[in-house]
Each structure stands twice: as structure tokens, then as C-alpha cells.
Design a protein around this ligand. Sequence first.
Ligand code: ATP
Ligand code: MG
Ligand code: MG
Ligand code: MG
Length: 468
Amino acid sequence: MPSLNDIRSTFLNYFAKQGHEIVPSSPLVPRNDPTLMFTNSGMVQFKNLFTGVETRDYQRATTSQKCVRAGGKHNDLDNVGYTARHHTFFEMLGNFSFGDYFKDDAIPFAWELITKEFDIPKDKLYTTIYHTDDEAFEIWRKVGVPEDRIIRIATSDNFWQMGPTGPCGPCTEIFYDHGDHIWGGPPGSPEEDGDRFIEIWNVVFMQNEQFEDGSMKALDMQSIDTGMGLERIGALLQGSHDNYDTDLMKSLIEASADATSVDPYGDKNVHHRVIADHLRSTSFLISDGVMPSNDGRGYVLRRIMRRAMRHAHLLGAKDPVMHRLVPALVQQMGAAYPELTQAQALIEETLKLEETRFKQTLDRGLKLLDDELDGLEEGAPLSGDAAFKLYDTYGFPLDLTQDALREKGREVDTDGFDAAMEEQKAKARAAWAGSGEAADNTVWFDVLDTAGATDFLGYDTEKAEGQV
Ligand code: ATP
Ligand code: MG
Ligand code: MG
Ligand code: MG
């Protein structure tokens, strides 16, 4: 059975044989792109090559790109622990053509790799195309996909845009049917979100340019951008539908089980899964220079760390756990990503410090949360004031409280939470005004308003992010 490390190599070597340059992953913090919170797809480091602003001495590239989808528009944080196919950190395998080959080659490349190199049975595969893309339909038919397995989709799932303006085009996706013992329906059906038909690969055809006035024209330079989740193809090749059953994720789940002395595959499995996932995203973010803080990228990191720590608490951990799992991660991924090995000591210290600090308030905060819930009617939401107290006094990010309540089928009164936050800011303003400071301290409050810890919305308006 191939390991994830083997599969990564097979992918890169296949495309190297087809004339692609193997390019290293770019960091998780995109260079020169403040509009994007984290690198969330393989194309991010190549944006300027697709627009023609930059050229390099290769026109074909292949990568295994570190991606984080937490915070910002593509946010899979709430899927972790709930679906079999989502991580906050994952590796996206991709092949790219910058004005070189197009659909006629991109589809056969993908098909050959999947059905020959990886030997995946054809009768388990489905493809989707953008509803008007007859060219893609024809090419899929020619490589041998039966017509009733080429599904036309009219939504944005099959039309990719780099941003509101700029390169865009239809895409085609490959799905694998894991069988009717798993809930879910084929792409385009209402049950698509289940884990039965899992999307493994997205192949984008950049053929148009979108302008501000809404018009679109054909691009002179046609390009290809693809993305396949390593953990998803890995699960499939290792005989499972579940990313967390892969060799790599299992070894992290087992490390978590060792550190907490809790059965990895019993009823506490979900906590180990979340911990394994969050261990990867937090460690890779730290190795790329992000440190926990109260705003921006650092606050997303802190939120992920604290969520993991609550799950460790639910496993009964009395002492900090996360830092003890880092060696297992480095052992698995350090060879492919040497920056992880180099940052090992920093990652361990940062996790330990954050967990030691948060431990001091976590237990008391959870106790408060339980007491509040005891006093509430069936199904009623947690009051905004209580959620704000958890945030303000106990350091619970709002999404951590929401995560804790979701298990119990409850929600937070978020309007009430926002109102409590506003009230606190207003009080702080009044205190300043009363102190006789110069009037221009309003600047400080503007900063507070835009950078307030839970108010961080800046990157939600991000435009220039690729799906793939
Ligand atoms: P899904 O619909 O399953 O959420 P997506 O359409 O959001 O996936 P894309 O943006 O098309 O995914 O990304 C390209 C590929 O990256 C996907 O086909 C999938 O294999 C992989 N991928 C996307 N998001 C995740 C994730 N959160 N964890 C693991 N793999 C992912
Ligand atoms: Mg998604
Ligand atoms: Mg999708
Ligand atoms: Mg997709």
C-alpha cells in the first residue's frame, strides 16, 4: 500500500516526465498578497504567471502545495471532526500550464495518472463539467468516460474565478464513489455534501478574462491550474473513504492516543481527529512565521490552537499535550518539508506556552459554560453576555464556544455577543474621554474597532483568492 509520501512522489514524477518543472511549495503566508489570509491552493504562487505579468524559464510546473483553509472565505475549520474529507491543513497536488498545453492534454493527463499510474477502477469514477463546456464533454468521452458519468453543472462549483476581475474559466472535477454504505449523493444532487461521492481533483481551464463592467473576453493565453488533495487520493489508494484513515493521519491520531492514554478508535476518536488536524495546521503555520496573537493571521492560529486544547481537555488531559505530538509530525513530514524540522523547537515551545496559559482559564471557563447551560431551557441559545464573558475573562474565542455548543445542539446568541462587545468598547471610550487625554485618541479607538480580537473580518472581503 503506498504511503502519502509515496503518492506525493508518484504525482510529481508523473508530471516531471510530462515536461513539468517540480517547484517547491510556497509558504502558507502568501508573499506580497495582503488580500489573502493563507495560501489555500496551488495556484497562489503562480498568479502573476497566469496573468502574464511574470514569465519564467518553464511553462509547465507541478507542486505539492501546503494549504490552510481556516479563516477567510475558504474556511473548513467547522468541517473538521464532522466530515471525512476536510482538513484545516492539507497538501494540494497540482499541475500547471502557463499558456502551454490546454484541455486536450490536461484531461488525458489526469485520466492517465488516475486510472493507469494509480490504477483506480474506472467504474467508480464520475466527472463534472461546466454546463456549457462541450469541449470538455467531448474530451472526456474520447478518453472513455461514459456519457452518463459526465455531469453538467451550472453553478460556480464548476466555474472558477481568480477574483471579481481577471482570469477565469470553466473547470472539471473528478469524483470517486466510495459506495452506498456511506451517506451522500452524486455531484449536483442535494446529498452531494455527504462523503460517499468524494471530489478528488479539480482541473481549471483558464480561458476567459472578466472585466469590471461585467463583460468577458477570451484570453490570448490559455492556462491550466489543477488541484488534488493528497489526503483524499491517499485515503482512496489505501482503501478508505476517510482522510483520517491514511498512514500519516493515523500515526498522529495514535500519537495523540499515546499522549492522553485514550483509545484512538473508540468513542473519543473525534477528539483525536481534531487534534491530529490542528497539530498540522498550527505547526506548519508557526514554521512559516505566524505566531499566536490577538488579530489577523495570529488570531486564526490562536483560535485553532485553543480549539485543539479543548479537545485535549475532553480527553482528560491534565497537562499540555500538543507540544508532545510534534516529534511524530516531524517524523512523518519533516523530510518533505525541511522547514518543519528546522522550526521544531520553536513549534514545541510556542504550543507549550500557549497551552500552559490557556489551561489556567480553560477549566474554569468550561465549568462556567456547563453552569450556564444547566440554567437554560431546552434548545435555547447561550446568551451573548455569557459568550462574551467566556471570551473576555477566559480567553474563549467565539468559535471555540460555538464548537463546544455544537456537540450539544446549541448555538450562541451572536447578536447579543456583538452587543456586549460594543458595550465594552463604549465603556472604554468613555473612560478615555473622562481621563482628559487629547481628543485625537479617537484614532486609537478606530484601530480598536478594526482590529478588535473577535471582530476580525478584514480578510473575509478577500477577493483575489483561487479555489484551486
Ligand atoms: P469540497 O467541495 O470537498 O469542499 P472544494 O471544491 O472546496 O472541495 P477545491 O477548492 O476544488 O476543493 O480544491 C481542490 C482539491 O483540494 C479538492 O478537489 C480536494 O481534493 C482538495 N481539498 C479541498 N479542500 C480540502 C480540505 N479542506 N481538506 C483536504 N483536501 C481538500
Ligand atoms: Mg470546500
Ligand atoms: Mg467542491
Ligand atoms: Mg472543487
